[in-house]
Design a protein. Structure first.
Length: 173
């Protein structure tokens, strides 16, 4: 299951062309096409199980389960149909300590992703930051960002997203 989830993340978020897959502008891919083009032994049932059991809810299936897409984390432009929403007053971002000086000077940028990813709680942010080294948790003043008309979105799987977070909205925990 983990191998299938990693494969789906790779092709739906980063490199659909690696298997000759073409996504719609909204990021959807045909499940039958993925099954046919994959080297893994995939079926509709396996894909549905991966979608349902993903702890991070990385994927969505359309209502008739014929198409799948990643909910966020794309390294290329995808129209996820997100609309700005009211965020909590504070959000959090986990990063590695070695990145802190640059971030506090330049702000958070999406780097190789479409959006900056933010968490609703410090625990999740710490988990994300740990993947990159010794974690540091940044507090994001989402209330002030919204007052200043910076749009914040909520993906289908509960990840807060924005185009960037200027340094003036950041503090260390």
């Amino acid at each position: 299951m983990k191998q299938t989830s990693k494969f789906l993340s790779y092709i739906l978020r980063h490199s659909p062309e690696s298997i000759g897959l073409e996504l719609t502008p909204k990021g959807w891919a045909n499940v039958d096409e993925i099954i046919a083009k994959s080297d893994l032994p995939l079926t509709h049932e396996i894909i549905q199980k991966v979608v349902a059991s993903s702890d991070k809810q990385r994927f969505s299936l359309n209502p008739d389960k014929t198409q799948i897409r990643a909910n966020q984390g794309h390294s290329f432009p995808v129209d996820l149909g997100l609309v700005p929403v009211a965020a909590p007053d504070q959000l959090f971002h986990g990063t590695a300590k070695q990145n802190l000086d640059t971030i506090l000077t330049e702000g958070l940028k999406p780097q190789s992703r479409q959006y900056v990813h933010l968490s609703q709680d410090p625990k999740t942010a710490r988990s994300v930051g740990t993947r990159h080294g010794k974690p540091v948790i940044l507090i994001v003043d989402a209330k002030l960002m919204q007052i200043d008309e910076i749009e914040i979105y909520l993906s289908e799987n509960g990840v807060w997203l924005c185009d960037a977070v200027p340094a003036k909205y950041l503090a260390t925990q």
